[in-house]
Design a protein around this ligand. Structure first.
Ligand code: MD6
Ligand code: FE
Length: 203
């Protein structure tokens, strides 16, 4: 499979950098608690809990997917994206403007996954998407520009960073499963994923 523009940086974050990011996520979650999003139309709950940092958060509910400035349950603005997370974007995105959304996905110890999707709710696709994996190893699947395109899979371990730039920015992808007990980073187990995105056109 060719995923032009995809770059996996295994072991990008040291153990101490990973521990620091878990703490930063805990701080974000104190002001913007994890909540369980629901699917458009069906209202079926996601198996993953979510929260956001940054001026725009990605949310999903019965009315659809969108970006909004406020937490859907508290109505409060999302907290800022922690400096240590902005540094990763600056180092790896190659994009001149900062990310506007840091979506935080929390996979619990039991059977969380994420179906095949494209990140396509943004107004501007010229910026890459940068994603950081923390905690238990996940099996990441990626295909092509169409849902029926052939797919392949690889593992994302704690501290790995994945960049989807160029054509791969619009490729279908998802998380097949999380391999429980593969990391000691998160006390309660499971996995945290940070997905950094530009939402609007800069300038
Ligand atoms: C996850 N990641 O790793 C889900 N999207 O939990 C994504 O959906 C994703 O890793 C765009 C680019 C990179 C990603
Ligand atoms: Fe995605």
């Amino acid at each position: 499979m060719v995923n032009e523009g995809l770059r996996l940086v295994p072991g990008y974050l040291s153990r101490s950098a990973q521990e620091n990011l878990v703490q930063e996520v805990e701080k974000v979650a104190e002001s913007a608690p994890f909540y369980t999003p629901t699917m458009p139309r069906s209202g079926r709950p996601f198996s993953v809990r979510m929260t956001n940092a940054g001026p725009l958060g990605w949310v999903s509910d019965r009315s659809g997917y969108r970006y909004q400035a406020e937490h859907p349950e508290s109505g409060e603005p999302w907290p800022g994206i922690p400096r240590a997370i902005l540094d990763i974007w600056e180092d790896l995105s190659g994009f001149p403007a900062p990310p506007q959304c840091c979506l935080i996905n929390r996979y619990g110890a039991a059977n969380s996954k994420m179906g095949l999707h494209r990140d396509e709710d943004e107004e501007d696709f010229s910026a890459p998407v940068v994603s950081v994996s923390l905690g238990d190893t996940a099996v990441f699947r990626i295909g092509g520009a169409e849902r029926r395109s052939p797919t392949s899979s690889f593992k994302l371990s704690s501290g790995d960073v994945l960049v989807l730039a160029g054509p791969s920015r619009m490729h279908y992808h998802g998380i097949d499963r999380v391999l429980n007990g593969t990391s000691t980073l998160i006390r309660e187990g499971g996995r945290i994923n940070l997905t950094l995105r530009r939402v609007t056109r800069p300038g």
